[in-house]
Design a protein around this ligand. Structure first.
Ligand code: NAD
Length: 274
């Protein structure tokens, strides 16, 4: 992770020493960036998400080797409350505590609402929103016992504004901001904070696929596809990197962010400033 960036924000690179974090959906993309940032800052992490067993094994092994902290894997499916409970128990049984919860697992579906399959709506709601209800209700007792904690929900710019063809996604991301505010209010006196990060476009393996697909569909060069299609809504015309989200999440998880709670914080290159 970008140690200099984190040091500039917090004054120390190991601001999470001794902490234990769960990051849902951390086998790839933004979640993996957050897990790396937390481990680099000294936190033990529970990695979760789908993927090939050997690749997940390699991720855990390199995370531990590079950062010197412990990491374990939970295969919990975020649509299944009993498996979510198993993931929280794994953290408590392995590490004896739980300080930081990041609700990051999410899926996206594009299409007009009258053509949105009911099972797609249900899946987006289950993974993007209901899973956070379950993780939060299951993590809070440990945070209360320990005298504090941090909850970070990965929302989206589409938690703050709408965009055609994204009904299920935007509805769940707006919903998670509501959940963030209520959890923040309910825990405000317990040294627990709950915030939402609202990224615009972030560079993940999926972005490269979308560029190639749009270049074919529109017959446009790569740079034009990026500027006018993928980043059409994003004034700064650049993708954020997963490391940037990781650094910001680390700051929110640190003692320096104790007074930030109930906030929906854009990291969107000016998208929602319109
Ligand atoms: P990604 O597809 O790279 O990663 C998603 C992760 O969630 C993976 O680890 C996947 O295995 C996991 N996952 C999916 N379904 C799951 C389930 N049922 N149970 C457990 N894990 C599951 O996606 P990403 O782009 O890194 O997105 C991560 C989060 O950031 C999502 O909530 C997404 O909405 C949000 N976000 C992404 C962007 C972007 O541009 N990439 C922008 C704004 C917000």
């Amino acid at each position: 992770m970008n140690v200099t960036l984190l040091q500039a924000m917090t004054g120390s690179a190991r601001v999470l020493n001794g902490k234990v974090a769960i990051v849902t959906g951390s086998t790839s993309g933004i979640g993996l960036g957050i897990a790396h940032a937390f481990a680099s800052a000294g936190a033990s992490v529970v990695i979760n998400g789908f993927g090939k067993q050997d690749e997940i094994g390699n991720t855990i092994e390199s995370l531990q080797r590079e950062t010197g902290v412990a990491a374990v894997y939970s295969a919990a499916d975020m649509t299944k409350p009993d498996e979510i409970a198993g993931m929280v128990n794994l953290a408590l049984e392995t590490f004896g505590r739980l300080d930081i919860l990041v609700n990051n697992a999410g899926i996206f579906h594009v299409g007009p609402i009258d053509q949105l399959p009911v099972e797609k709506w249900d899946a987006v709601v289950a993974i993007n929103l209901s899973s956070a209800f379950h993780t939060i209700r299951l993590a809070l007792p440990a945070m209360h016992r320990q005298g504090g904690g941090r909850i970070i929900n990965i929302a989206s710019a589409l938690a703050l504004v709408g965009l055609p063809l994204t009904s299920a996604y935007a509805a769940t991301k707006h919903g998670i901001v509501g959940l963030t505010k209520v959890v923040a209010l309910e825990t405000a006196e317990q040294n627990i904070t709950c915030n939402a990060i609202c990224p615009g476009n972030v560079w993940t393996p999926l972005a490269e696929e979308r560029i190639a697909e749009q270049m074919k569909v529109h017959g446009l060069p790569r740079e034009e596809v990026i500027r006018t299609i993928l980043l059409a809504e994003q004034p700064n015309k650049r993708f954020a990197m997963a490391e940037e989200i990781g650094a910001f999440a680390t700051f929110l998880a640190s003692d320096a962010a104790a007074s930030i709670t109930g906030a929906a914080l854009p990291m969107d290159g000016g998208w929602t400033a319109h």
